[in-house]
Design a binder for this molecule. Structure first.
Ligand SMILES: [Zn+2]
Length: 293
């Protein structure tokens, strides 16, 4: 049966079926979401180990997604002192390590025990290896709770925000770094679904990252879903993951950079960065984060 869009309510969304699940496509708000029988026993696909290795960041101090993140919260840190940060799905521990290097207080929660051995020095004792839903005491309060490429793995992601919100400092913010459906690779996948379905299906599967991802968001879909769950977007921006972090192959890196160049022309990117707050009054930390942009 054709599903209704969980963001905008559009009835009869298209589905693209695979042996292990299906990708649903909303033609209205452009949300894409998956329905699968089994997403795997951990969040970490083995083909993403390069991405999870902190060494893939190169020099983490100048890794562009990190520098943009800390720039965004610079005014908060200036007013409040070192930031308290909780990283959900902390992976190889690269972001927690960078927080510590910058003098902030950071902790992580990671569902995949196999990533213990990958943690940089000083990080292991700050990471709880558990599903976040199973952690009774998350500590805090935190200035910021981050999801670096983990939010789109979780079917219950929006309900989880509600559960985590009490661990935010009054005025604290969530940061979600997630896939963006409004970009060249996705447009190409959808076009090929019509022109050459076998190729289109393959491209869409790779672009979406089935079965590991539960969501691929457009900005509008993200805003609608957050609003439905009692949150709102404070700011959104779009950028890319440096190609060198995704592949060791020069030819593949060239193809990735070509897609990035087209995205730049279109004013978009494969990755969306969302700062999110509970709906309601504009709180102090989020006000500073806004005026810092
Ligand atoms: Zn929709």
């Amino acid at each position: 049966m054709s599903p209704a869009c969980p963001a905008c309510g559009h009835a009869g969304c298209r589905t693209v079926a695979y042996a292990d699940g299906e990708i649903c496509l909303c033609p209205d708000c452009r949300l894409q979401w998956s329905r699968v029988a089994w997403r795997g026993d951990c969040f970490v696909p083995t083909d993403n180990l390069r991405y999870l290795d902190p060494d893939s960041l190169g020099n983490a101090a100048s890794y562009p997604p990190y520098t943009r993140f800390f720039q965004r919260l610079a005014a908060v840190a200036q007013a409040s002192g070192p930031l308290r940060i909780l990283d959900i799905g902390s992976g190889g521990g690269g972001f927690v390590a960078e927080c510590l290097r910058r003098g902030h207080d950071a902790r992580g929660v990671e569902a995949d025990e196999s990533l213990r051995s990958m943690q940089p020095p000083g990080v292991l004792e700050r990471v709880r290896f558990s599903r976040v839903e199973d952690v009774a005491d998350l500590g805090g309060p935190y200035h910021c709770i981050t999801f670096w490429d983990s939010f789109e793995h979780m079917e219950g992601a929006f309900a989880l925000l509600g559960r985590l919100a009490p661990a935010l400092e009054p005025g604290g913010v969530f940061y979600l770094r997630v896939n963006n459906s409004r970009e060249t690779f996705n447009f190409l996948s959808l076009a090929m679904l019509g022109l050459c379905p076998p190729v289109g299906r393959r491209l869409l599967r790779g672009c979406f990252n089935l079965p590991h991802h539960a969501w691929n968001f457009s900005r509008r879909a993200m805003e609608l879903l957050l609003n439905r769950h009692g949150f709102r977007v404070l700011s959104a921006s779009f950028d890319e993951t440096p190609a060198s972090r995704l592949t060791a192959s020069p030819a593949f890196a060239l193809a990735i950079r070509a897609v990035y160049a087209l995205n730049a022309l279109l004013g978009t990117g494969k990755v969306g960065n969302y700062f999110v707050v509970p709906a309601g009054a504009l709180p102090e930390v989020s006000r500073r984060a806004t005026t810092n942009s």
